[in-house]
Design a protein. Structure first.
Length: 572
């Protein structure tokens, strides 16, 4: 008779993750972390997703966390954790609660290393280096040297991830993951509830109310923290009670379902639809809620600082006045109550009609190709793809992923996406994030991932296609194949986009040529290619067919296609 398996520290963490609806853990194996990976393999209710490299695993865990509420990635010490650092830094910046799981050389190794000056593999010589590095990109980091106190420390870390919606790091000495441990209570962990200081909250709301009621054209700028901290219901109530129009940042796009009549479109500075730019820049009071203000929004800071009410988990500011001890949730709810109580509030805002298809694409397409309507440009790609998704009633059934690229900015012009259906690296701005994120976005959301990647970004993490095929994840990966880092060239020298051989891209922005059809075959994925608008429409119809494999779609576009969204950004 087989002996009953002992409940271990690894089992404790996995049980806690399962209670929080984490049903997949992305993994890179390793000898130090073997006790955890073996426990994961045998654990009922959580599937191991073995990925091709650390960025693949960590981008996926990040996207999973953004759609599921919490994600986890298991990595080998040193060589894996350091490789994954870029992805976890992005999760930290963009408020994504990823649990980074690892293991270090154990007690025996540390004794031998100390006695005989042995350098253990994957180590820099400082056995605490992993934790020290991850302390810079997590809200809590812990290395357990014993199973004593492990449940309390694990719980504390998970609560921190939930409370702050940012990554945490947990490692054990090699042997500790396999040591005996009590089972956790059945009640799942919850985020810590942080309350505002009453007087500070009242002062902040009073000052904000004064600024809003004196304004002629107030507007709400909604950000990603509202999604992460489950404050979208509060946002909807505020919009309803105030009557204000709202827009979102690029990172916060789809903070709500975009079909509401108060949504004017996403504000991504000069990449925005011109009417959106006009409404935002013409506002005399910007109620910025849960936003991460990056240098994409310097115009706002330089021109609207005194007109902004900036309420986030990090800051509470009304004009030039700042308030400590005020939470984002309490502020939104208290401000909404002010609107409810002010029955005679004079503000009457009527939302303009949403731009109708085919706009905004045709007015933003590169005019060099006006005379060649079959040529696929960035904007023509989105014109036809979004039209297809609308006609097929698929906008509610997909989640889109983007790394930083021309496509990410052009895609901010889309209307009609469902809540939390646009996942991007808009703040960290990582090239390649989108393809690695596809598996996590699809597994986390239960919706099909439609990924639009620049060819340079895809080349960085093409192996992710193998992970998708291995686990029968039928994501669609569009590769915008123009052979160059177009977004980089925009900021280096936009003259390169002018017609003629005398205007050339810088050598460092030119990419190698890949046979994407052969690559898809090697990885076991479906393969399509479109070089004309007619071929694009045909491919989109083929993507309706049921399949359990990912589809790689090469979209051939001209090297010098300069979307006007990017042209405006570059000129700015």
């Amino acid at each position: 008779m087989k002996a009953k398996k002992e409940f271990t520290v690894a089992d404790y963490l996995l049980t806690r993750l399962k209670q929080l609806n984490v049903t997949e853990v992305f993994q890179i194996p390793g000898d130090y972390v073997k006790h955890f990976t073996q426990a994961l393999e045998d654990f009922n209710g959580i599937e191991t997703i073995g990925t091709t490299n650390e960025l693949d695993a960590s981008y996926a865990a990040d996207a999973y966390a953004r759609t599921r509420g919490l994600g986890a990635v298991s990595l080998q010490y040193g060589v894996s954790t350091f490789s994954a650092l870029n992805a976890i830094a992005g999760a930290y910046v963009e408020r994504s609660p990823v649990v980074v799981i690892s293991a270090t050389p154990g007690s025996d190794a540390r004794q031998i290393g100390s006695m005989y000056n042995v350098l253990y593999h994957h180590s820099t010589g400082n056995l605490n280096a992993d934790q020290e590095v991850y302390e810079r990109v997590t809200v809590a980091a812990e290395t357990l040297s014993t199973s004593v106190g492990a449940p309390e420390k694990i719980d504390k870390l998970l609560i921190a991830a939930l409370t702050y919606q940012r990554p945490v790091y947990i490692a054990c000495y090699k042997e500790v993951w396999g040591e005996p441990c009590p089972k956790p209570p059945a009640k799942k962990l919850q985020a810590e509830i942080i309350k505002s200081e009453p007087a500070a909250l009242d002062n902040a709301v009073t000052q904000a109310w004064t600024q809003i009621t004196q304004a002629k054209k107030p507007i709400i700028l909604a950000g990603v923290e509202l999604l992460r901290h489950d404050l979208t219901t509060q946002l909807e109530k505020l919009i309803k009670e105030s009557g204000m129009l709202y827009t979102t940042t690029s990172l916060g796009k789809t903070v709500l379902d975009e079909k509401g009549d108060k949504f004017i479109g996403t504000y991504s500075d000069q990449a925005s639809i011109p009417e959106v730019i006009s409404l935002v820049e013409g506002s005399d009071c910007i109620l910025s809620l849960g936003t991460i203000i990056t240098d994409d929004y310097l115009w706002l800071v330089e021109n609207k600082f005194s007109d902004m009410i900036q309420a986030t988990t990090q800051e509470m500011r009304v004009g030039y006045f700042t308030y400590n001890g005020v939470t984002l949730k309490d502020f939104i709810e208290a401000l909404t109550e002010r609107f409810k109580l002010a029955a005679a509030y004079p503000l009457k805002v009527v939302a303009p009609p949403q731009p109708k298809f085919p706009e905004p694409w045709r007015s933003n397409s590169d005019p060099k190709y006006d005379a060649t309507p079959e040529v696929i440009t960035f904007n023509r790609f989105f014109e036809h793809t979004v039209s297809f998704l609308e006609k097929q009633k698929m906008l509610d059934k997909i989640v889109m992923t983007y790394g930083v690229s021309t496509s990410m900015y052009v895609a901010t012009n889309i209307y009609g996406l469902s809540k939390n259906a646009y996942i991007s690296s808009a703040a960290w701005q990582c090239i390649g994030f989108e393809t690695g994120a596809a598996s996590g976005a699809q597994l986390g959301s239960g919706k099909q991932a439609w990924t639009v990647a620049g060819d340079g970004g895809f080349m960085m993490i093409a192996q992710s296609l193998s992970t998708l095929a291995r686990y029968n994840i039928n994501s669609v990966i569009f590769v915008m194949s123009n052979g160059v880092y177009a977004i980089e060239q925009v900021y280096v020298d936009m003259d390169a986009f002018k017609p003629g051989p005398s205007h050339k891209f810088d050598a460092f922005d030119i990419l190698p040529k890949w046979d994407y059809q052969a690559l898809a075959k090697a990885f076991g994925a479906n393969s399509y290619r479109a070089e004309t608008v007619t071929e694009l429409d045909e491919v989109l119809l083929k993507l309706k067919k049921k399949t359990n494999l990912p589809s790689l779609v090469e979209i051939v576009i001209p090297e010098k296609d300069l979307a006007r969204q990017m042209k405006r950004l570059g000129e700015e």
